[in-house]
Design a protein around this ligand. Structure first.
Ligand code: KG4
Ligand code: ZN
Length: 339
């Protein structure tokens, strides 16, 4: 890659994290995230509150990213921003801010697809091993679950996707009925470590191709918990760790079976993960074990880069900057942006 110093400001605001990063070429100089705690008491992200919080956070977050990188805004060569997919009201804040600043500084604007960024985060320099093309990409987050053949930096072929809920959503909704708060994924992960994953059996959907489904599983868990709490009001309290371990085990099985199928069908043994649920310790362990048993090369992002962040937006910003693949101010935020 061209090593002439090029500073890029990256902005991410697709859901409930306001994030900004500065990259010098493919190296991260700063990576700031303001998490919005306002959603916790509602048990999920409230879109209207998310966009209001982005409005409050965006200037201080960008300011901090620039300051921490030790540069000034006049050093910037381009601004990369998340155009989609995500919550429209949230995306609009980052999009409008990026456009205004790029116009004010008279520098190029670069649009980035959030889901591509979750996978290309692996190309950030010097931080972790880098896969080679082509590979099987797996995005597991609160809004998406996708299996992708990644042929080149920006050449993505969708092989399978969830037909209903995302895997992170399944973690969070099961956690909600267990009274675990939001987001429940990390709490289930923690409690599962002390539980028996075979204590309760939940269904694994039978879908022939590489598509996935989580809503049948989620409904089965919710019904099972309601039925048992009617018989015993302390059912959750007395079985919490086992419930978490059994829920996590089944969710991992659902995604793992599809990853295995994608590897076999496409004869690709590099498996690259991205998205919030790639922080899950059970999923990470299962993939690491499989790598040893089956000779796969598994790439797991460091924990700081699993959930939403702007560094991952910045790496695509840099790749597009090298190709002069610039956006323009007429491009609008897109809640359902495709590859
Ligand atoms: O990628 P992300 O930060 O945001 C979206 O783009 O959706 O993913 C957030 C999701 C939430 O559903 C959260 O519960 C889940 O990632 N998550 C986890 C873990 N850490 C975050 N799920 C299971 N185990 C974890 N350790
Ligand atoms: Zn995400």
């Amino acid at each position: 890659m061209n090593q002439k110093p090029c500073y890029i400001l990256a902005i991410e605001s697709s859901c409930d994290d306001t994030a900004a990063a500065i990259l010098q070429n493919d190296k991260v100089l700063s990576n700031i995230i303001a998490t919005q705690d306002v959603h916790k008491k509602y048990g999920g992200v409230v879109p209207e509150l998310a966009s209001r919080a982005h409005q409050q956070n965006i200037i201080p977050v960008v300011d901090q990213a620039i300051h921490q990188a030790g540069i000034t805004k006049n050093d910037l060569k381009a601004i990369a921003y998340t155009r989609g997919p995500g919550l429209l009201g949230s995306l609009l804040v980052g999009t409008s801010f990026a456009k205004s600043l790029a116009m004010g500084l008279d520098i190029p604007l670069i649009e980035v697809n959030h889901m591509q960024a979750h996978l290309l985060v692996h190309f950030i320099k010097d931080e972790f091993p880098t896969p080679t093309f082509p590979f099987i990409g797996v995005t597991v987050s609160g809004g998406h679950t996708q299996i992708i053949k990644v042929k080149d930096y920006l050449d993505f072929e969708l092989l399978g996707t969830t037909l209903d809920d995302a895997i992170g959503e399944a973690f969070d909704k099961c956690g909600k009925v267990l009274g675990l708060g939001y987001p429940a994924g990390p709490i289930i992960d923690q409690k599962a470590k002390s539980g028996n994953s075979k204590a309760f059996e939940f269904p694994i959907p039978k879908i022939l191709n590489l598509n996935l489904s989580f809503s049948g599983f989620k409904t089965a868990v919710i019904n099972f918990i309601h039925k048992n709490t009617q018989k015993d009001k302390d059912f959750i309290k007395n079985n919490l760790n086992d419930l978490c371990a059994s829920i996590q085990y089944t969710l991992i099985e659902i995604i793992f079976q599809k990853i295995e199928k994608a590897v076999d069908l496409h004869e690709l043994t590099q498996v690259v993960l991205g998205g919030g649920v790639s922080a899950n310790s059970g999923l990470r362990l299962k993939l690491k074990k499989t790598a040893v048993e089956k000779g796969w090369d598994v790439y797991l992002p460091p924990l700081a880069y699993t959930t939403d962040n702007a560094a991952m937006i910045g790496i695509i910003g840099y790749l597009k900057y090298l190709k002069k693949d610039f956006g323009n101010i007429k491009e609008s935020a897109s809640a359902r942006l495709k590859f």
